[in-house]
Design a protein around this ligand. Structure first.
Ligand code: KG4
Ligand code: ZN
Length: 353
């Protein structure tokens, strides 16, 4: 009987030449427990997302310990549900994939441990996936014809990166935030407006009815040509809201939300436009939770139309955390012969580059 390592090596080599590879993927980096089954990196056979929003809403944000416990309880269920949705059993699955960073250490560990156990028991290769690479790969699911190279603006709760995707699994970072991530800034603004967690989508919704010129916000100078900074505009926003409250004014929430959204989106789109022009990229993409933002999608579309560059955006359900994007990224890692062994650990501060 071959050892686990021998069995995995043989299966991986066979899969690299197989016309049909089905990957069962698990994502538990933050507050969504999600499983998916993805065929050849492009076709979604199942996609199950169990959101923990209700568990954390009471506290106004993600409580790491509660997230870990909820993942432990939900992992098996989302995997079973994914198999049921696809009408498959473990026998139909060729390989397994799991997010191993970046994210909350306890949350990541539950997913990594679960998939290492499955990999050992089923003797199926396990592919470790970087969460940010997953977000970028969501575009491969929404746009089956999209191929690298392209430029991607990755904007989530923890990241605001401008990334050159040179090839599958090959990235060059050309810009990033020097302080807060865009999603983090949206969430803080939402808190000041007393909007419930998660704040970003609520600010976006409210902003649709507000006046974006109500409160002009500063755009701090950042040394890097494609770098971002959201901390200054966030502080100016908080101060303006507090001043209004101290004067006994009722906060014009829709106008404030619209002003804040405009400031963040102006900054994101401005640097992305510069990068498109400077690099001469022929395709632009968005990724991450904030890529669901309506104004960002509209404004990027306008810019790309003007520059004659096609814009690729994940469909709304694939912008925020999900398992499908992890299964897509995993396929291209598998094709490069990259699998984990059973020493795989969670890497909370894993970088893409
Ligand atoms: O990618 P994601 O689901 O998780 C991380 O990897 O961080 O992104 C979550 C972030 C949160 O900060 C959330 O408020 C923000 O994305 N977000 C939005 C919108 N939808 C989600 N921010 C602005 N507008 C939205 N429509
Ligand atoms: Zn994410």
């Amino acid at each position: 009987m071959p050892t686990y390592d021998q069995a995995i090596r043989e299966k991986m080599e066979a899969l690299r030449h197989s016309p049909c590879v089905r990957i069962l993927s698990l994502e538990t980096s933050c507050d969504e427990t999600a499983a998916a089954i993805i065929e050849n990196g492009r076709v979604i056979r199942a996609n199950i997302v169990f959101s923990q929003i209700d568990l954390h809403a009471l506290y106004g944000g993600v409580v790491p310990e509660i997230a870990s416990r909820a993942h432990v309880e939900a992992c098996d269920r989302v995997i079973d549900e994914a198999l049921r949705q696809a009408g498959m059993t473990f026998d139909d699955i060729d390989a397994l994939a799991v997010t191993y960073g970046p994210g909350l250490v306890g949350a990541l560990l539950t997913g990594v441990s679960c998939m290492k156990g499955l990999s050992f028991a089923l003797r199926k290769p396990l592919i470790p996936v970087n969460h940010i690479e997953g977000h970028i790969s969501a575009n491969f699911l929404s746009h089956p014809s999209l191929e690298p190279p392209f430029l991607c603006l990755v904007v989530s709760g923890g990241h605001s990166h401008l990334v050159q995707v040179a090839d599958y699994g090959e990235y060059h970072l050309i810009g990033q935030t020097v302080d807060d991530a865009a999603g983090e800034a949206f969430d803080k603004a939402a808190r000041v407006l007393s909007l419930p967690y998660p704040g970003g989508p609520r600010v976006d919704q409210l902003a649709e009815e507000g006046d974006p010129d109500f409160l002009p916000l500063p755009h701090p100078h950042v040394p890097g040509r494609y770098d971002y900074s959201f901390s200054g505009m966030k502080t100016a926003f908080l101060n303006a809201c507090h001043t209004m409250e101290m004067k006994g004014m009722e906060l014009p929430k829709a106008d404030l939300a619209a002003s804040f959204r405009k400031a963040v989106v102006d900054s994101l789109v401005g640097k992305a436009e510069l990068a498109i022009q400077d690099t001469g990229t022929r395709r632009m993409a968005l990724a991450g939770g904030v890529s669901a933002n309506r104004l960002l999608r509209r404004r990027m579309q306008e810019v790309c139309d003007t520059l004659g560059v096609p814009l690729y955006m994940p469909e709304l359900g694939l912008c925020t955390d999900n398992g499908a994007m992890i299964g897509s990224a995993a396929y291209y890692r598998l094709m490069r012969g990259e699998t984990a062994d059973l020493t795989l650990n969670a890497c909370p501060s894993l970088r893409l580059l």
